[in-house]
Design a protein around this ligand. Structure first.
Ligand SMILES: Cc1cc2nc3c(=O)[nH]c(=O)nc-3n(C[C@H](O)[C@H](O)[C@H](O)COP(=O)(O)OP(=O)(O)OC[C@H]3O[C@@H](n4cnc5c(N)ncnc54)[C@H](O)[C@@H]3O)c2cc1C
Length: 302
């Protein structure tokens, strides 16, 4: 029979992370949200880094915790309860690292995975979206032209989380515009690569602890060592869809955490005090309101 119970180790880890998040991260999340997304404050990332939690999926041989996806989802749920923006930052690390774990060469793994592991607060980005390519990835126009021993990449990515603070980017390009998905290729590009710069920062209504910016690629030269998953036709699309599938589960877990925190916040909200006159005037309205709230709260609870 399939069991859905968490193991003792998973329950212990969740308890520890809940203590860490509620004790050190949640009390600062509102302040971070108010600061806005223009400049990045490393302090919340640093708290997770102290516990090797900025990318907990990285295998132990590269210095990570080596957690599986289910346990990582539990971790993200707890982080999201304390700060939704921080969960977006960590989820983006997962998006960038998952294709590296799945298809990269041992040389690429040895170069990039240790950056995200241990007590270093390493961050990475996953750059797919473009001004004219969102859901429809076959419209990607960032071009990787074959050049001596590698590629020259030219184009603009937008809405890229962690962009201004990432150590490296996993970037999706086409090698032949108008040929759709089969022409997609994925590259690992260190942020210090000449020609790569950060454009405008997007201002958001939520998850404001995270940075979301444009990435401008102006003839960025990448050797063949930077190609992810080999050069065969269609490889980029497969890498992308598999990374998105894995990522969606983790985004889902963070969303559960955000919903739960919102529910608990509402449940513990102080009821305003009314004087008698106001109370009589507003009784009907109050009761109505309470019924609405009761219904609203009972749905997510059940
Ligand atoms: C806060 C934030 C962070 C982000 N972080 C990243 C990041 O780190 N890296 C990155 O690459 N991107 C990132 N994105 C971009 C995100 O992935 C895109 O917004 C998403 O892919 C949707 O693309 P779009 O906004 O262009 O919308 P569109 O693709 O234009 O879609 C608009 C609407 O049309 C619907 N639609 C689209 N196509 C169809 C269809 N064929 N049939 C029916 N309905 C359809 C969509 O569901 C949607 O409701 C981020 C976006 C935001 C807002």
């Amino acid at each position: 029979m399939i069991g859905f119970e968490l193991s003792k180790e998973q329950n212990k880890l969740v308890k520890e992370i809940r203590g860490l998040v509620q004790g050190e991260i949640a009390p600062r999340s509102l302040e971070m949200d108010r600061r806005g997304d223009e400049s990045f404050d490393w302090s919340l990332v640093n708290i997770l880094a102290r516990h090797n939690l900025t990318c907990p999926i990285i295998p132990q041989k590269f210095g990570g915790l080596g957690l599986n996806y289910l346990t990582t989802a539990l971790v993200l749920e707890e982080i999201a309860k304390g700060c939704a923006g921080l969960s977006a930052v960590i989820n983006t690390n997962m998006h960038a690292v998952s294709p590296i774990l799945a298809v990269s060469s041992s040389n690429q793994q040895e170069t990039f995975l240790p950056i995200m592991a241990g007590t270093k607060p390493g961050l990475a980005s996953f750059a797919l979206t473009e001004p004219n390519a969102g859901s429809d990835v076959s419209s990607i126009s960032t071009l990787a032209e074959i050049d001596n021993n590698g590629y020259l990449i030219h184009g603009v990515k937008d809405y890229v989380l962690n962009a201004s603070v990432a150590s490296f980017f996993v970037i999706f390009t086409t090698i032949s515009p108008f040929q759709g998905r089969a022409s997609l290729r994925a590259f690992i590009v260190p942020s210090s690569t000449p020609g790569l710069s950060i454009g405008r920062t997007r201002r958001k209504a939520g998850i404001r602890y995270s940075n979301t910016s444009e990435v401008i690629l102006n003839h960025v030269r990448i050797t063949n060592d930077g190609v992810l998953g080999g050069d065969s036709s269609g490889s980029g699309y497969l890498i992308l869809t598999q990374a998105l599938d894995r990522g969606r589960a983790l985004v889902g877990a963070a969303s559960v955490g955000i919903a739960q925190a919102a529910y608990e916040l509402t449940l513990n909200m102080r009821v305003p005090e009314y004087n008698l006159e106001n109370l009589l005037l507003n009784t009907k309205q109050l009761l109505l309101n309470w019924q609405i709230w009761q219904q609203k709260l009972s749905r997510p609870a059940s």
